[in-house]
Ligand binder design. Structure first.
Ligand code: ADP
Ligand code: MG
Length: 536
């Protein structure tokens, strides 16, 4: 750190270019606008997919804002800041990344006009801050209390942002019912949610249940394949008499010794299985191996068993059923066992069996089997479900939602036009400019649905005279009541987007020196020309 507030001294390599003042600012704004324009066409249920092709030719199709940005790795510093913003939104809220980037771009577009009109950066920053605070106030005023039905709306709205799936409401309902069971105080733990994707069936066969699946088969045909009121043991212990084999290697010289080795092995395995029987085990999940002979004794004992179960599945089973994971079979007691009402094997697709553990003792462990006819569809649906989990998790916590379809944005924009009157001429301009940026969100939703933006903006402003819930429903093409239509967004995710978009826009406005050294990739492509954040 430099002492006495001295500026740090930066020695540039020969051939470095520097940009400063408004040219650099404008270059940064251009980079942000470019990213925003690219993502804008993916916003909302009628948004288009983007096809991403990386340098080794892998193709990915998505309409998820952050996925697009992540894959493009822009070089431009301002573009990088926006990618970081999207990443932060993704990590914290999962949903809302596109909106965050589009809003930042729109705020900066307005800032550019203000700069053209001679408004200073510091006044712009102050005005944007005031406008954001006001916007958050409006969100508070118009927020909708969420009970179960509204949470289902939040989930369905979030999912529809990722694609049009036939059974969105059913999936949203299953998801909310499962998530509502999670202890209110406890955060929804991503480790307790397992999403498996299997294509080759319609999305209607997607299953969202409070249960655990294990992608293993029951070891022997003669073992039980359907167990009610199961007493479940979770083991990290090889049932294969391995130690005995190691000891025995040197000694096995005569047929007699070999026979005695076999006897010892079976005796040991029988004892081990007896330990399970004594504890009252009816179902065993072991993440280590089980020898053929071990399987044989388990079968004789009538225990359903699976081996080499993944550690993550064992953890989820432990949370769901209350079983302890035991690493020495000889120490297992009835206290270590978990409980589930129903454990059974089922074929989930051609010749692929899973073991389903249902009616578990503890709530909150989710099993999601995403189905779709193609891999593209299961990928899209997985993203949709992830977004919905993020949105619902937030809405459950805060118990508040906002009307979607641009309603909250228009409500805030309308309020900002009144609020602006309290300020001096120039700051008035800044606040009104912020309102214009907000209006671009419904405009983008409408444009993506092939609707006339001017008409929609006018209709929305008029409709909002009656109610702050009026938004554009892009599925019907009508301006209507978003609460009644069930188009709801999580309130605190929306508030976080608005705050973060403003903050990043302000930071971008404030950078006025950009340094590019000749050894590195030029900042923004061919400086000082057009930045190219999409150089892949
Ligand atoms: P993000 O990555 O920002 O979540 P999405 O593509 O998921 O972007 O779009 C989210 C926006 O789509 C939200 O503002 C939401 O209100 C809006 N939306 C969802 N469903 C509808 C609908 N039926 N009509 C209008 N807007 C909708
Ligand atoms: Mg979304």
């Amino acid at each position: 750190m430099p002492e006495n507030n001295q500026q740090p001294l930066i020695i540039l390599a020969d051939g470095s270019t520097t940009m400063s003042g408004s040219q650099a600012t404008r270059n940064n704004i251009l980079a942000a606008k470019t990213l925003s324009e690219v993502l804008k066409t993916t916003l909302g249920p009628r948004g288009m997919d983007k096809m991403l092709i990386n340098t080794i030719g892998d193709v990915k199709i998505t309409n998820d804002g952050y996925t697009v940005l992540k894959e493009t790795e822009p070089d431009h510093p301002a573009a990088k800041m926006i990618v970081d913003l999207a990443k932060a939104q993704e990590e914290e809220y999962v949903d809302g990344t596109t909106t965050a980037v589009v809003l930042t771009g729109e705020i900066l577009k307005q800032a550019e006009k203000l700069l053209d009109d001679g408004v200073s950066v510091s006044l712009i920053v102050k005005g944007f801050q005031d406008a954001t605070d006001k916007t958050l106030e409006v969100y508070d005023q118009i927020a909708i209390e969420t009970s179960k039905d509204e949470l289902i709306d939040v989930a369905a709205t979030s999912m529809s942002g990722k694609g049009s799936f036939q059974n969105i409401r059913e999936m949203a309902t299953d998801l909310v019912e499962a998530l509502l069971d999670v202890d209110e105080e406890a955060m929804i733990d991503p480790d307790n949610i397992k999403i498996r994707k299997i294509h080759g069936a319609s999305s209607e066969s997607t299953e969202i249940t409070e249960s655990v699946t294990v992608d293993k088969e029951v070891l022997e045909v003669e073992m039980p394949h359907d167990v009610k009121d199961a007493k479940i043991a979770l083991l990290e212990y090889p049932i294969d008499a391995r130690e005995l084999q190691n000891d025995a290697k040197i000694k096995l010289t005569t047929p007699f010794e070999y026979q005695s080795y076999l006897d010892k092995e079976s005796e040991m395995l029988q004892e081990e299985v007896q330990a399970l029987v004594d504890a009252g085990v009816t179902v065993l999940f072991n993440n280590k191996k089980i020898s053929d002979l071990g399987q044989h004794y388990l079968e004789k004992a009538g225990i359903m068993a699976a081996k080499r179960v993944k550690a993550g599945d064992l953890e989820r089973l432990s949370h769901a059923t209350g079983a302890n994971i035991v690493n020495n079979i000889h120490e297992i007691t009835s206290d270590d066992l978990g409980e589930a009402g129903h454990v059974y094997e089922r074929e989930v697709y051609e010749d692929r069996e899973y073991i389903f553990v249902e009616e578990c003792k503890n709530p909150g462990v989710l099993n999601i089997i995403v189905r779709g006819t193609t891999k593209l569809m299961t990928d899209e649906l997985e993203q949709a479900i992830n977004d919905a989990i993020g949105a619902v998790a937030r809405a459950i916590k805060e118990k508040k939602a906002l009307p979607g379809g641009g309603a909250a944005d228009i409500a805030a924009a309308k309020e900002l036009s009144n609020y602006a009157n309290q300020f001096t001429d120039k700051e008035q301009l800044v606040i009104l400019a912020y309102a214009e940026a907000l209006k671009e969100l419904p405009a983008a939703l409408a444009k993506n649905a092939g609707l006339d933006i001017i008409d929609v903006k006018t209709d929305l402003l008029a409709a909002q005279e009656d109610s702050p819930y009026m938004g554009i429903n892009v599925l019907t093409g009508e301006v209507s009541d978003m609460k009644a239509d069930g188009v709801l967004d999580s309130k605190n995710s929306k508030a976080a987007i608005t705050e973060a978009a403003t903050t990043i826009a302000e930071e971008i406005l404030r950078i006025d020196d950009v340094v590019a050294t000749k050894h590195e990739t030029p900042v923004g492509g061919d400086m000082p020309g057009t930045p190219n954040p999409y150089a892949m």
